[in-house]
Design a protein around this ligand. Structure first.
Ligand code: TXA
Ligand code: MG
Length: 531
């Protein structure tokens, strides 16, 4: 920050592709409050645009990289700064509806109704272009994309710049679109003249693009304005099939949609299924990666966050309000670029309303790589293991802790329970002494009674002896996957009951459990190998 000026400067040297000289460019960053717009700042920014320079500014969707849409040279600068192919056309932003007629011709009658409902707002419409629009701005096309943003800063800037501001998203081509001025500075600092910092954007995903040159109009890019919303105003609209069909070999109608956009550095895969399956599958994948020393990222939601024990987990918002997810998605993808992860697994979201746009962007970021959750989930037979003893004070908790120390190829919730537990008690002191001599502790354990109510299909119940097994089967009808530890591991030895015995009896018991949990771990691990 330059003292007293409210300005920050980013200086970068960069190599100019045209004349091969190294240039220095200063990017001025000016804070601006949309509720109290500083005219001096707007006029300064507007002046730069009129002079053919580049100014990034907030809109309600994402930050845009503004240039004067009617100057061919300004478009060239835009492409250079973004590193964007010049056949990918820009959207022209206007602030007054009458201005549409200056840049578009043969405007269909439905446009008035659409504009009345959705402008200013996150809608871009495509028309035949007028002669005023240079081909540099439209990427050589005879059509022009037009949007009237609702953000007051954007509107003030457009007016100050003369009414027509071309603006692609203000990111380096291929990176996620920026939702804060900081994101813009990361990508374009030193390459553009000014950034207006108006804080975080509201929507977080780019506008819906509707092609008005065909009948019925066709959605080329889903956004916050959905097909159902259009339908209520003008009746049915089409959707570009290439958006719906991941395997389509056809080029999408919006040239920009063909590029692998929004791509994070790590490999991103979307896990699809019902939400319970997705969580289980991602847990399995993250655990497996962790075991192999891989670094995994997880895109989760407030509701699912607590279920993940491995990997770097980021919250994309709440499933109760998909707007929160739209708003955070690009930030989360950018944050993962800063983390040292090689794979990112994302939960998927319902493909309806705004969810359609969210999944469209997520799928593009993932290069359409998806994993079927059910396929992963079925690879794990048991997820929870409960050791059952009489009082849950010695053998059960010892077995559980021993198993937790084994190298297991899959993640298990490992518990112990007792058949007769009148009130919670700490573990037997001799059992604890033996565990300590083996660098383990049951210090946190308190006994709990077995509860037949919360047993799922994927729970394995291992009784420490035959009598406990018989009692379980007698008391809890319909219980599945009940074995003695010996039986399950195919070991005909016995687990001695140390109760009331000397320390040595607990030592013998430990030896037996150590051997059996070793065999148990092998058996559990063999389930993964069989698939
Ligand atoms: O929300 C938004 O639309 C943001 C903010 C800044 O307004 N802008 C934005 O621009 O997302 P950009 O350039 O990142 O994406 C524009 C998309 C590209 O996919 C481009 O190919 C398509 O619009 N497009 C532009 N003009 C077109 C035209 N004449 N015909 C078909 N597609 C067009
Ligand atoms: Mg873009």
């Amino acid at each position: 920050m330059i003292p007293g000026t409210g300005r920050r400067l980013i200086k970068k040297f960069f190599f100019d592709a045209n004349d091969g000289i190294i240039q220095v460019m200063e990017t001025i960053i000016r804070k601006i409050d949309k509720n109290q717009i500083d005219e001096t700042v707007i006029n300064e920014a507007g002046g730069l645009l009129k002079a053919g320079r580049l100014v990034a500014f907030p809109t309600e969707t994402v930050y845009g990289l503004g240039a004067d849409a009617l100057q061919e040279e300004a478009a060239k600068r835009t492409y250079a700064a973004k590193g964007r192919p010049s056949d990918n056309p820009l959207i022209i932003h206007i602030a007054d509806y009458e201005d549409l007629k200056k840049i578009a011709v043969n405007i269909p009658p439905q446009t008035d109704m659409l504009a009345a409902h959705f402008w200013p707002g996150p809608l871009t419409m495509i028309f035949e272009k007028s002669e005023n629009v240079p081909y540099g701005t439209t990427g050589g096309l005879d059509t022009v994309a037009v949007r009237m943003p609702s953000d007051p800063v954007a509107q003030a800037l457009i007016r100050a710049a003369g009414g027509f501001v071309s603006a692609p998203s203000a990111n380096t081509s291929g990176r996620p679109s920026p939702t804060t001025a900081q994101h813009v500075a990361e990508d374009l600092g030193g390459k553009i003249d000014m950034i207006l910092d108006g804080g975080s954007v509201d929507i977080g995903l780019e506008s819906t693009i509707l092609d008005m040159t065909v009948s019925p109009p066709m959605i080329l890019r889903p956004g916050a304005i959905t097909a159902e919303m259009f339908e209520k105003v003008i009746g049915p609209v089409d959707t570009d099939r290439t958006l719906l069909d991941a395997d389509s070999k056809q080029a999408p109608k919006a040239p920009g949609m063909k590029y692998r956009h929004y791509a994070p550095k790590a490999r991103l895969m979307i896990v699809e299924g019902d939400i319970r399956e997705e969580i289980l599958a991602i847990r399995q994948l993250a655990y497996a990666a962790h075991r192999e020393g891989g670094k995994v990222g997880i895109i989760a939601t407030s509701e699912t966050l607590p279920f993940y024990n491995y990997g770097i987990v980021k919250n994309a918002g709440t499933r109760e309000n998909e707007k929160t997810i739209a708003r955070s998605l690009y930030r989360v993808l950018r944050e993962f670029d800063e983390e040292d992860v090689d794979t990112i697994y994302s939960e998927s979201f319902a493909v309806q309303g705004l969810g359609n746009a969210i999944m469209n962007r997520l799928e593009k970021a993932a290069g359409h790589e998806t994993i079927r959750a059910a396929e992963i989930v079925k690879l794990q037979k048991y997820r929870r293991i409960i050791f059952v003893s009489s009082s849950d004070c010695a053998r059960g908790p010892m077995a559980a802790e021993l198993l937790r120390h084994r190298d297991l190829k899959q993640e298990y919730v490992i518990d112990s329970r007792g058949l007769v537990v009148l009130f919670p008690e700490p573990v037997n002191q001799k059992a604890e002494a033996i565990m300590r001599s083996a660098q383990m502790t049951l210090g946190d354990h308190t006994s709990q009674k077995f509860d037949g109510a919360n047993i799922q299909e994927d729970t394995l119940i291992l009784a420490v002896g035959e009598s406990q097994k018989q009692k379980l089967l007698a008391e809890y009808s319909g219980l599945k996957n009940v074995y003695t530890l010996n039986e399950f591991t195919g070991d005909d030895g016995e687990i001695p009951n140390p109760y009331g015995g000397a320390l040595a009896a607990y030592g013998e018991c430990f030896e037996a459990l150590d051997r059996l949990t070793d065999r148990l771990a092998d058996k559990l691990n063999s389930f993964t190998e069989e698939e």
